[in-house]
Ligand binder design. Structure first.
Ligand code: FO1
Length: 320
């Protein structure tokens, strides 16, 4: 299909893995990049609207991210948290002083009736970001996980309990009644390519697909010849970051690039795996996917740009 030369390239992303690939893609694509972020990890803390995956991508594209920690701002201070603790508040979810400014502005915009997508765009514009970062929906969707102790909010499981309990079931509360925004469906429908970050397939990519309208837009864009290219966040049987490997296993999937490929096969065309998993290529190809094998570890800016370039090449998109 003849895409417009400026047709967007859409990246479906969670937090850290999504932000790293978005950074590499931004190098090639600039304002052509549209990132659709998982918003089911979002939460309200101390009365503030906190959007972890959106902010991780936003701070990374603005060059303000803390690379060691993976979330939040570089050179952050924690005075507000210290004072909250003095005031007897539960401070298990750490909000940095400067990060709080983001949540204050966003909370006020939302309270004044601004749509979440519009609030997101205003924050991005204020930080000088040329790419678009779109929440997957303007509606409230929240991930909950069932453990031996019952159902937990995602951040209680992830941050407070350090992802220790085995996850027996996952639910995206609010998803059936949610709808995709026109910004997201238009971007997917008009995309030159849709890419999937090496994020957690269950709780980062899963919620995006659970929003009614997004799978339909993906199916339509694929029918018109737009490729969907995904990267495995499981390398050598281990998650690059976070609990994806344990989560896959406890939910009955194989904790490997092949396990992720099985989940993605119905809606993905090309699967990018790490060189350490090269031996899995024939089994992944047998699922009907084209396989690209490369070094997928995004250790520095050069690696991010190289891997992003390889994904774009796999999608047949010329970058800068
Ligand atoms: N992750 C943590 O492990 N501990 C925290 O205290 C924490 C605070 C936090 C504050 C703002 C923000 O945007 C992200 C934050 N994260 C924290 C990261 C985040 O909760 C997770 O990495 C994602 O939700 C998983 O994608």
């Amino acid at each position: 299909m003849p895409w417009a030369a400026d047709a967007p390239v859409v990246l479906l992303a969670g937090g850290v893995g999504g932000a790293r690939l978005a950074h590499g893609l931004h190098f090639h694509l600039g304002e052509r990049l549209t990132v659709v972020v998982n918003s089911a990890d979002d939460l309200e803390r101390h009365g503030l609207a906190v959007w972890p995956d959106h902010d991780t991508v936003m701070y990374t594209l603005a060059g303000l991210d803390d690379r060691e920690r993976g979330w939040g701002l570089r050179d952050e201070t924690w005075n507000v948290m210290e004072q909250l603790q003095r005031l007897g508040q539960d401070a298990w979810f750490a909000l940095g002083d400067r990060d709080i400014a983001t949540h204050l502005v966003r909370t006020e915009l939302l309270r004044d009736g601004t749509r979440p997508t519009e609030a997101a765009r205003r924050l991005q514009a204020a930080l000088g970001i040329s790419a678009r970062i779109l929440p997957m929906t303007d509606d409230l969707v929240r991930t909950r996980v069932r453990t031996d102790d019952g159902w937990l909010d995602f951040q209680t499981y992830f941050v407070r309990l350090h992802q220790e309990p085995a996850v027996l079931e996952v639910a995206f509360e609010g998803a059936p009644a949610a709808s995709a925004t026109w910004e997201v469906t238009t971007a997917v429908r008009s995309a030159a390519a849709v890419l999937v970050a090496p994020s957690n397939p269950i709780v980062s990519v899963g919620p995006i697909l659970a929003v009614p309208g997004i799978q339909e837009a993906l199916a339509e864009t694929r029918r018109r010849g737009t490729p969907v290219v995904a990267m495995s966040g499981i390398v050598g049987g281990r998650a690059l970051r976070g609990p994806a490997d344990r989560m896959l296993a406890s939910l009955g999937h194989e904790a490997s690039a092949l396990g992720v490929a099985r989940l993605y096969a119905p809606w993905v065309d090309v699967f990018v795996i790490d060189q350490v998993d090269a031996a899995l290529a024939p089994q992944i190809e047998a699922l009907g996917l084209r396989v690209v094998v490369t070094d997928t570890i995004m250790s520095d800016d050069a690696a991010r740009a190289r891997i992003a370039g390889e994904m774009l090449a796999a999608a047949g998109v010329a970058g800068s």
